[in-house]
Ligand binder design. Sequence first.
Ligand SMILES: [Zn+2]
Length: 232
Amino acid sequence: MPVSKQLLDYQKVDSDLRKIELEIASSDERRKYLQARKVMKAALDRLDALDSHAAELIRMRNEIASRIEASAKGLEEYDDLDEMLEGGADVGFYKKNAQLMLDKLRSVKAELARLLSEIENVSAEYKKLMEQGRQANKQYKENKEKADKIEHSHDGEIKALQEKLAEIGKTIDPKILEHYKLKRKEGIFPVVVPLNGEFCVCGRDFPLAQQGSLAGGNMVECENCRRLVYKI
Ligand SMILES: [Zn+2]
């Protein structure tokens, strides 16, 4: 793969395009809306978890309700207590039973209190998350709009540079251009660099013995930074 003036020209124009891309990517507004998006995502995940927890609390509430219902049925037996006692029933037995039912009701009452406080906690957290989500959504919208504006303010410049690149690109071996674009996409820039003495820009040395492969303007991939190195 020989280096060419066209490829170097292409890279020069591409570096202008890259500058704009970096400016867009590093704007405060972009950073803010990406941060807000993260907060929204975290709030939604937590709301999902709260939903499962709320379902569990409902299940517990239903279970307690059915136990209270069972206790109420037990109490129905006492409707006829006067008659039963007149008929000679054992007061001690009923007293003991009543005590048991009372104990059960007390424990249900304690469980219910715990459950209610848990429901209050969940409800408070839910409200907090909704508010957080609402704020983050507002931040997201505002900053996304500003970031989009910044991005679009460069539309003309970007288009012109892309047209220029397409024009120069036509004069470059498609295989070499594709190779270049792939590296550019991977975040390597500049892609094509001249050998500086015995060294690549990253500091990796190209011993004299290896420099034969650079003869005739041939580009060799640096083993360290994967740039395409050529010798002037
Ligand atoms: Zn290198």
